[in-house]
Write a protein that binds this ligand. Structure first.
Ligand code: ADP
Length: 225
């Protein structure tokens, strides 16, 4: 088995915002993220971070290039194969938590496991275990609306990791939080990554947080440097 959780090769992507306004967002981006490695993705806004994360997360297809997840080349595979890979191998976290408001924090982490066929009691035990690792176990029975922003985001991390994916993709996961909370949420993420051998690609504007990750890649002129 390959020890790379994610390999991007020669990724190109353009958007047509009405001819002749073609924007080449990615011009041959290359990246390899090893298992257990946490990589910061830094770029000014509009540079194409979200586009890159969507392609890496199999939510969007590149014009050219190859996306390998856990050693498997998913370029040109069927929608079904890509959806299955996305569900089992990849966790997503966004700037806003997108937790389901009518369910408790624990239920938000249980639901994706039930969808994957995990029995309820086992799913609940895993939810509580994950919440314990990031210091929100005492909030398990509260709905998201009753949690602070930092707690909501920590629950969102637990949900992303509910089905034990090998790769976490995060788009400005602390972008919406004050500095102290952002720090706490970031530490929670690093703890989870270290404990589970998770690979992560985390887009951030925060250079101080980026410096605490294993490595930083910059998106400049459509390539990663
Ligand atoms: P970032 O996440 O770094 O802010 P994005 O990946 O969201 O950047 O966008 C990169 C560029 O591509 C921007 O100029 C944006 O306007 C353009 N873009 C993104 N998505 C689309 C789309 N669906 N259609 C047309 N242009 C898009």
């Amino acid at each position: 088995m390959s020890d790379a959780a994610l390999v991007l090769t020669g990724i190109k992507k353009h958007y047509n915002q009405g001819k002749p306004n073609e924007i080449k967002v990615l011009r041959g981006a290359e990246l390899s993220v090893k298992r257990g490695e946490v990589v910061a993705l830094v770029a000014p806004s509009g540079a194409g971070k979200s586009t890159l994360l969507h392609i890496a997360g199999l939510l969007d297809t590149p014009d050219a290039g190859q996306v390998k997840i856990a050693g498997e080349d998913l370029t040109g595979r069927s929608d079904r194969a890509r959806t299955n890979a996305r569900r089992s191998e990849i966790g997503f976290v966004y700037q806003f938590h997108h937790l389901l408001p009518e369910f408790t924090a624990a239920e938000n982490i249980v639901l994706p496991q039930l969808a994957a066929g995990v029995p309820n009691a086992q799913a609940h035990a895993r939810a509580v275990d994950l919440m314990g690792k990031v210091g929100v176990a005492d909030r398990a029975e509260h709905r998201p609306g009753a949690l602070s922003g930092g707690e909501q985001q920590r629950v969102a991390f637990c949900r992303a990791l509910a089905n034990a994916p090998g790769l976490l993709l995060a788009d400005e996961p602390t972008g919406n939080l004050d500095p102290a909370t952002s720090d706490q949420v970031f530490e929670a993420l690093m703890t989870l990554a270290r404990e589970t051998g998770l690979a992560a690609l985390i887009a951030t504007h925060n250079l101080e947080l980026a410096a605490r990750m294993d490595r930083t890649v910059r998106l400049e002129g459509g390539v990663l440097v």
